[in-house]
Design a protein around this ligand. Structure first.
Ligand SMILES: Nc1nc2c(ncn2[C@@H]2O[C@H](COP(=O)(O)OP(=O)(O)O)[C@@H](O)[C@H]2O)c(=O)[nH]1
Ligand SMILES: [Mg+2]
Length: 274
């Protein structure tokens, strides 16, 4: 594994616009996206997962992506303090990414840095993102497995979540299951037609964390997802489209890259109807 300082320097360079590294074929890293609404307990869950991974003598890098830092800067600071206890551990690498000061978009940066961490040979890369906005759905593409963290009694709040984020999840976690209403959230998810597995956790006591990591390991990386290098290239193309939309004065998100699973079908840039 690369030493933390050179990793940190390489990450700063990527944030400043340096291109993604080439990917090492066959990297065994499992990149896991941990997404969900603010306050659902994602950082606490990541912290518990770090412990569980270390108990298994494996290594982990964490990317805390939090666009809310755009507004307060507080969320990232809080995460940093909470995760600081791992700093003395050479098997754990933690980096917060703000949206400020990144060149070419958060999605591009996250996907390039994830490649870097895959190359560095960590067993896991955990990517914590706030499950709001298109950026976050794009980031779910970077991960091999995406975990959506929800809480008890969500009811209508589930409908309020971007449906995209519900659909990209490979696993649903109902965290804070020490509070009543976990069954209600599960019912609401099922009622909305979602079929991915659901697990309950209490991140603050690590209840359910071992089962969660086992479940993550048992989940096949999403089928039809592109390789990390292709995903990075697609991300860059998407970022370029945002620039193009702005240049010709059309609504952001109108254009999309259509990347079919089958190699026989052409790749196209399409204009979505709104
Ligand atoms: N009761 C309870 N509180 C939790 C649990 N997990 C996290 N919390 C608390 O929920 C709050 C938000 O947690 P945080 O990890 O910062 O959420 P994030 O915004 O999703 O990263 C904190 O006060 C945590 O201590 C849980 O399983 N049960
Ligand atoms: Mg957090």
């Amino acid at each position: 594994m690369s030493d933390p300082r050179s990793l940190a320097r390489a990450i700063t360079a990527i944030e400043a616009g340096a291109p993604a590294p080439d990917s090492t074929p066959g990297s065994p890293t499992l990149a896991v996206g941990i997404t969900g609404p603010p306050g659902a307990g994602k950082s606490t869950l990541v912290d518990a997962l770090i412990r569980e991974i270390r108990t298994r003598n494996q290594t982990v890098a964490v990317l805390a992506v939090d666009p809310s830092s755009r507004i307060t800067g507080g969320a990232i600071l809080g995460d940093r303090i909470r995760m600081q206890q791992h700093h003395a551990d050479p098997g754990v690498f933690i980096r917060s990414l703000g949206t400020r000061g990144t060149t070419g978009g958060l999605a591009r940066t996250t996907s390039a840095i994830t490649l870097l961490l895959r190359n560095a040979g960590f067993d896991y890369v955990l990517i914590e993102t706030v499950g709001v906005g298109q950026d976050e759905i794009d980031i779910a593409q970077v991960a091999d497995i995406t975990v959506l963290v929800l809480v008890p009694n969500m009811g209508d709040d589930i409908q309020a979540l971007k449906s995209g984020i519900l659909d990209v999840a490979d696993l649903y976690v109902i965290n804070k299951s020490d509070q009543p209403g976990a069954g209600r959230t599960e019912q609401d998810l099922r009622a909305s037609g979602r079929t991915a597995p659901m697990l309950r956790t209490v991140a603050t006591t690590a209840h359910g964390i071992r089962a969660l990591l086992d479940r993550i390991l048992a989940t096949p990386p999403a089928v039809n997802r592109a390789t990390p290098t292709t995903r990075y290239a697609l991300q860059s193309l998407n970022d370029a489209l945002r620039g193009f939309e702005s240049a010709i004065g059309i609504k952001p998100g109108t254009l999309a890259v259509e990347y079919p699973a089958s190699g026989d079908v052409p790749i196209r840039i399409i204009r979505k109807e709104h």
